[in-house]
Design a protein. Structure first.
Length: 296
């Protein structure tokens, strides 16, 4: 049985090659924009969301050749959100994955356009007929991606995050914020992997959605922890950024040690939900454990 490290390396290489080839096929009419898109999308990273797409879809019997398009769609949304999140109007970060952020390298205007173009490219991927997805699957995936990346998901969460700067918010408010800002796209990755397959039992979908929700929460809590204890060189971004922006975080609300315990409990809850999925979910189990045992 393949372990998480080997699987992650395999799918990371696959999705990077797939996205690079797709971008290279675009015309060069706006070459500077294309360069900024390429830089923002292929800068590096764990490719955690594509991994979840592949792991979930393959567990339910979907082919990797089909999942390439789904995984690329989710990663485009993630990349666009990071480009915009790093800009001076948001977090004003100059480092991302150890490299200059897109707005630093290409300028703010081109960074804004690159993010916009990657957002629309996501829907181009998910609707590409070469994927061999059924029409009903394309409809389901489009709906999931739109909802999880828009007002009800990531954008709504980012708005709540900006409004929360400089003030202490409650645990319930923080959980809502992160369920949208970070959790929604992790849920999208799992559910799009599942919904790429036609006819999946509703109980299986519910279990996977619960798994994704708990995993997303564990992921975000651990990100907050790493912002306190992480090594900037390992993380590839500025350490202590949340504190400098006076953001509410789980360690600030709960204490560092309690936050660690809470994150690990969330990961275990996620694993427990997988007991209701009658397929090989070993990679998904390992991923939940990885979320609370990582240094970046």
């Amino acid at each position: 049985m393949q372990n998480l490290d080997a699987y992650a390396k395999e799918v990371r290489t696959r999705i990077n090659d797939f996205m690079a080839q797709y971008l290279s096929s675009l015309d060069n009419d706006a070459v500077k924009l294309k360069e900024a898109m390429n830089y923002g999308l292929l800068l590096g990273g764990k490719r955690a969301r594509p991994l979840l797409v592949y792991a979930t879809g393959e567990a339910l019997g979907q082919k990797r050749e089909v999942l390439d398009y789904v995984a690329a769609a989710v990663e485009c949304i993630h990349a666009y959100s990071l480009i915009h999140d790093d800009m001076p109007e948001m977090d004003n970060d100059v480092l991302r994955r150890g490299q200059q952020t897109v707005h630093v390298k290409f300028g703010q205007t081109m960074a804004l356009l690159a993010g916009d173009a990657l957002q629309t490219l996501a829907f181009e991927f998910v609707s590409d007929k070469r994927s061999s997805l059924s029409d009903s699957a394309i409809s389901r995936l489009t709906a999931i991606l739109a909802k999880c990346s828009g007002y009800a998901g990531m954008c709504g969460g980012q708005a709540l995050d900006l409004l929360a700067e400089g003030q202490q918010i409650s645990y319930e408010e923080l959980r809502l914020l992160h369920s949208k800002k970070t959790g929604a796209l992790i849920r999208a990755a799992v559910m799009m992997g599942a919904q790429s397959v036609d006819g999946v039992d509703d109980k299986v979908l519910e279990a996977l959605d619960s798994y994704a929700t708990s995993t997303g929460l564990a992921f975000q809590v651990w990100d907050d922890i790493l912002d306190v204890i992480g090594d900037a060189k390992v993380m590839g971004k500025t350490q202590g950024a949340d504190e400098s922006l006076d953001k509410s975080t789980y360690p600030a609300l709960m204490g560092l040690e309690e936050a660690k315990i809470f994150a690990k409990d969330c990961a275990q809850n996620a694993i427990d939900f997988l007991k209701n999925v009658p397929f090989d979910t070993s990679i998904l189990t390992e991923f939940a454990l990885f979320t609370v045992d990582r240094d970046h």
